[in-house]
Design a protein around this ligand. Structure first.
Ligand code: TRP
Length: 325
């Protein structure tokens, strides 16, 4: 039997290059090895301010992006978290074996409660417990995530250990699976690429906008004039080439940059062409698919049915173990 994999995606709108390289692309590759389940985590999304009137479209957009980027609905399971209510039921139970002190230490909680300090709510605090429930309700062993989520997976393991020790062996300890692309910097070359920093290239951006954003992006700060020799190892544009250009091209660029044989504009032009070549078919598929609600809903319903079956089985075991029925 294939090992099971679970991951969640926020329905937060724009997926950017950082999400794509850091998560989505990795997911697509992993579906070949694992029984893979992916969830749009709407119950997580409502822990911060949001607009209910666009929530459904954002959920469908997240699914459409995943499929457009290569997740094959015939080869993995896609569903909306809130359509499997057992997730929240299990989260309540896991909450009883989760230490408050552990939750208080979570970096994402600290960040979000600072960012949204008008509504520091219980849901935000308990967010990692629901995330643990998402994973263990399917007894998933692999959880592909970005570096920022590793802390939550470690906490999930701690919760599992505590549950198993208290009530008997029930859940496997899941493991975070990190891809090659660890830390994709934004176009400022400083901070991690993120929507809130405004330093992103979105997967759904028109080609001209992508090239224009690249043209303004920060390169090697020491290279001021075209005739200055550059330092590819400290240039964020060069590091992006690693994900889109061939080895020969990368070697060529590195060599020419160091002797000022190629300028930043040309280097960005090459990068832009490659990024656009990879993203534009994705974007095209996405733009049509996001409006095909029947198609998306049907995939999600199939996924939800499968997940409910598994989740109900797990919950039956859990209730028995904890002495409830
Ligand atoms: N917290 C994750 C994020 O912000 C999303 C998520 C929710 C998740 N539940 C999950 C990821 C379960 C992996 C497994 O990206």
């Amino acid at each position: 039997m294939e090992k099971r994999l679970f991951s969640g995606i926020q329905p937060s709108g724009d997926i950017h290059l950082g999400n794509y390289l850091g998560a989505l692309k990795n997911w697509v590759a992993l579906t070949k090895e694992y029984d893979s389940i992916f969830s749009v985590v709407d119950y997580h999304a409502i822990t911060i301010p949001y607009d209910p009137s666009v929530m459904q479209q954002k959920i469908l957009d997240a699914v459409a992006v995943c499929i457009a980027a290569g997740l094959d609905p015939n080869n993995c399971t896609l569903f909306i978290q809130s359509t499997v209510p057992e997730h929240t039921e299990l989260a309540w139970i896991l909450g009883t074996v989760t230490r408050m002190g552990d939750l208080e230490r979570m970096t994402q909680y600290k960040q979000k409660s600072q960012q949204f300090n008008q509504n520091i709510n219980l849901g935000l605090f308990a967010y990692p417990v629901l995330q643990a429930a998402d994973i263990v309700i399917y007894k998933a062993e692999a959880v592909p995530v970005g570096e920022d989520q590793v802390q939550h997976i470690e906490l999930t393991r701690e919760i599992v250990r505590k549950f198993n020790a208290t009530f008997g062996d029930t859940f496997p300890e899941p493991q975070a699976v990190l891809g090659k692309a660890r830390r994709i910097l934004g176009l400022d070359g400083q901070a991690k690429m993120s929507k809130s920093m405004g330093n992103t290239i979105s997967l759904t951006e028109p080609a001209q906008v992508i090239q224009m954003k690249l043209n303004k992006a920060v390169t090697d700060p020491a290279r001021i004039r075209r005739t200055d020799p550059g330092n590819p190892e400290i240039c964020n544009i060069f590091s992006l080439h690693q994900y889109f250009s061939s080895e020969d091209e990368i070697n060529h660029i590195s060599f020419e940059c160091r002797r000022a044989g190629i300028g930043c504009i040309d280097c960005k032009k090459i990068l832009g062409e490659h990024i656009i070549a990879e993203l534009s078919p994705i974007n095209e598929t996405y733009q049509t698919m996001r409006h095909d609600h029947d198609y998306l809903r049907q995939i999600l319903e199939t996924g939800s049915q499968r997940c409910r079956t598994i989740a109900q089985e797990t919950m039956a075991t859990v209730r028995e173990k904890i002495g409830l029925r």
